[in-house]
Design a binder for this molecule. Structure first.
Ligand SMILES: C[S@@+](CC[C@H](N)C(=O)[O-])C[C@H]1O[C@@H](n2cnc3c(N)ncnc32)[C@H](O)[C@@H]1O
Length: 268
């Protein structure tokens, strides 16, 4: 199955724009490691509603050289509605034909790579559009750590019991090969990029309620989260998840922890 881009909506795009502080802060930390100079041309792949892309543009004093692309039309529409010098286009990591060879100093992929269906093709395209010495920065979820976070600890036991057991298709949550950290390193090296650094990261987000977290998770997965079960079970799964996350509520609200990997690679 390939990642589906047809379940997004204006409502989900707006929720993501409002609720994506976790990705925004993680994205800023990633960009800070890319050593960018003023005016540097940067491509932000999977930019969503463009919060991080606009921040990059402000930071680099964009003269129109910062570009954000995303396959989701609603998110690009919202990104463009803010105006400014940053350019936004509908597009995918696997097909960067709109961009010339060696045209960017850096490519950024914040919380995107685990969604990309053909990761080898995407990295080959990224290498092509990076100038020699240019850097790729990625934050993603490696497969071996995907079960260690709060979401998996709530979701997995639910999916093992009726009415969901035997009716679960996790491929709706990310397509193509699920990469471990070792797979990511191999992928980078096979793409003829040099790995500069790689870190395991931990993050936590705070939400008022199970309902608030679930709204964010649906926006973050552009409508794919509940598609892991057949349509007739989605209402029940949503209610079970809301109550599962509400059970975790403490003085700091619902705290959702997770693990990721941050890496920077360079075109030699
Ligand atoms: C969790 S959002 C991250 C958005 C933004 N980068 C941020 O840090 O807030 C994941 C984004 O990846 C995009 N995406 C998924 N598959 C993609 C692909 N093959 N190429 C480019 N973007 C993709 C989705 O459309 C979505 O907007």
């Amino acid at each position: 199955m390939t990642t589906s881009f047809t379940h997004d909506s204006r409502h989900l795009a707006e929720s993501y724009e409002r609720g994506s502080d976790l990705q925004f802060e993680g994205g800023k930390r990633l960009v800070e490691r890319l050593g960018l100079e003023e005016g540097a041309p940067v491509l932000d792949i999977g930019c969503g509603t463009g919060r991080l892309t606009r921040w990059i543009g402000e930071r680099l004093g964009s003269r129109g050289s910062v570009v954000g692309i995303d396959p989701l039309v609603e998110r690009i529409r919202l990104a463009r509605s803010h105006g400014g010098a940053v350019r936004f286009e509908v597009g995918q990591a696997e097909a960067l034909d709109a961009f010339e060879d060696a045209s960017f100093d850096a490519v950024c992929m914040s919380s995107v790579l685990h969604w990309v269906t053909d990761k080898a093709k995407a990295l080959a395209e990224i290498r092509r559009v990076l100038r020699p010495g240019g850097r790729l920065g990625v934050t993603t979820i490696p497969h071996e750590l995907s079960g260690a976070g709060t979401v998996a600890r709530v979701l997995q036991p639910l999916l093992r019991r009726p009415p969901y057991a035997g009716h679960v298709d996790l491929s709706a949550l990310g397509a193509g090969k699920r990469c471990t950290t070792a797979d990511l390193v191999t992928l980078v090296l096979e793409s003829r990029l040099e790995l500069v650094e790689l870190h395991v990261t931990q993050h936590a987000s705070h939400h008022e309620s199970g309902e608030a977290f679930l709204g964010f998770a649906e926006a973050s997965s552009f409508g794919n989260l509940l598609r892991i079960v057949p349509e007739e079970l989605r209402g029940a799964l949503r209610a079970d998840l809301v109550s599962g996350f509400d059970d975790l509520r403490g003085p700091d609200g619902v705290v959702v922890r997770g693990w990721g990997v941050l890496f920077v690679a360079k075109r030699t």
